[in-house]
Design a protein around this ligand. Structure first.
Ligand code: V47
Length: 385
């Protein structure tokens, strides 16, 4: 399993059965701990035996984590939806003068952060649009203010896309922006904005966004500075199997060099209110297969997240048997998916997440953003380091 260092024991695989003979050589590699190739990735996507693909991914998941399933108590904050990029995939972004455009004053963002703290959140997840006028100083002040008010809460903030945009606007380098953000209190970075790295697809779904190479180089720079990050992949629009496998192998390559990615999060495209709203939604089986292929290809990622907001709580529960070991968190106020037609609740209580995980026959494990155990008392929490 690459160099993923997590607890777990390699289990017996005598039970593997499939009626798709093409899967056998792939399964043999998985059981031998050998790295899967581009072609193996295609075989997994095209296999007629989805349950066998899921079984294999579950075997890896249980070898790494047993029954443990991670969740966290977090809060999303989206400081602005004003965005110059106008991505066709997105229903969240607005032009400055559009109806529904908003930008939070700093006080407003700090107040929003406090909402939901009765559950003692351990993480603020902060992402927003590419605002044409907000200076870097706004984001540094935002983070400094959060750290002053909530010193124990981990700040996971700003995608590679936002960092690159801020660097261009401030006319300084990407590493310089990252250092400033880190000094202000950013502890790690979310995985958004990766979409699909293929130029052909990016040209259709998000042509004004940085290209895949720049996303990966920004992640490399962040990891080099000790900032860990997540990685996402947006699927279910105009990409094909090759694009998805290519995306994951490019992530795997960077991970070999830096080890800085914590979690891979496949994100299903939600078409409502986007320019691409004529496209159909993904189905549960596509979502489950994507989780499984991610688990099998990304042998150097410790965690695969089934983001319940995106795939629904029900499919996320099944995904815990298809390779996922994490279902994300309480979230409290999700905007990006809900603007694009998500029907899931905007947030969930800690107790609901625990129930979901238990019902799936797994063992809930409250983690902080860096996957350390969170120990709770009535009023507060500590992180075991
Ligand atoms: O970057 C935007 C995607 C991402 C749509 O790092 C859409 O822990 C589907 O990155 N349909 C934001 N997807 C969400 C994200 C994320 C979520 C949860 C956890 C973490 C983490 C990261 O959502 C965007 C984009 O890839 N997105 N619009 C849409 N219409």
């Amino acid at each position: 399993m690459g160099d993923v260092s997590v607890s777990g024991t390699m289990r017996s695989h005598g039970e593997f059965r499939t009626d798709d003979e093409r899967l056998r050589p792939v399964a043999d590699k998985v059981f031998a701990g050998q790295r899967l190739s581009f072609e193996d990735g295609l075989t997994l996507y095209r296999s007629t035996d989805i349950l066998a693909v899921g079984w294999l991914a579950n075997w890896v998941r249980e070898s790494l984590h047993g029954d443990i399933t991670y969740f966290n108590v977090n809060r999303h904050i989206n400081p602005t939806n004003v965005c110059v990029a106008a991505c066709r995939l997105c229903a969240f972004g607005r032009k400055k003068d559009d109806a529904g455009a908003y930008t939070m004053a700093l006080e407003e963002a700090w107040t929003a952060a406090a909402t939901g703290l009765h559950e003692a959140v351990t993480e603020f997840h902060i992402v927003g649009g590419l605002h044409p006028d907000l200076p870097l100083e706004y984001f540094l002040d935002l983070v400094r203010g959060l750290k002053e008010r909530f010193p124990k809460v981990h700040v996971k903030a700003f995608t590679m896309v936002e960092v690159s945009f801020l660097a261009r606007r401030a006319k300084i380098s990407i590493p310089e922006v990252l250092v400033k953000l880190k000094d202000a209190g950013v502890d790690s970075m979310p995985g958004g904005g990766a979409e699909i790295f293929s130029d052909r697809v990016r040209h259709i779904i998000c042509d004004h966004k940085i290209d895949g190479g720049e996303w990966l180089e920004t992640a490399r720079a962040a990891h080099k500075l000790g900032l860990r990050s997540n990685a996402t992949m947006l699927y279910g629009h105009v990409e094909n199997d090759e694009d998805r496998v290519d995306h994951m192998l490019r992530l795997r390559e960077v991970q070999d060099d830096t080890g800085g990615f914590q979690t891979f999060i496949p994100l299903a495209f939600h078409p409502d209110n986007t320019v691409l709203q004529h496209l159909p939604r993904t189905t549960g089986l596509t979502d489950l297969r994507q989780i499984a292929v991610g688990r099998l290809l990304l042998d150097n990622f410790a965690h695969i997240k089934a983001y319940w907001q995106m795939m629904t709580a029900g499919i996320a529960q099944v995904a815990l048997r298809f390779g996922a070991d994490d279902i994300d968190g309480t979230v409290i106020e999700e905007k990006i998916y809900h603007d694009a037609g998500a029907s899931t609740p905007q947030g969930m209580r800690r107790s609901d997440l625990i129930r979901l995980i238990r019902e799936a026959g797994r063992e809930p494990f409250e983690r902080d953003t860096l996957y350390r155990p969170v120990i709770r008392t009535e009023e507060s929490f500590t992180v075991a380091v």
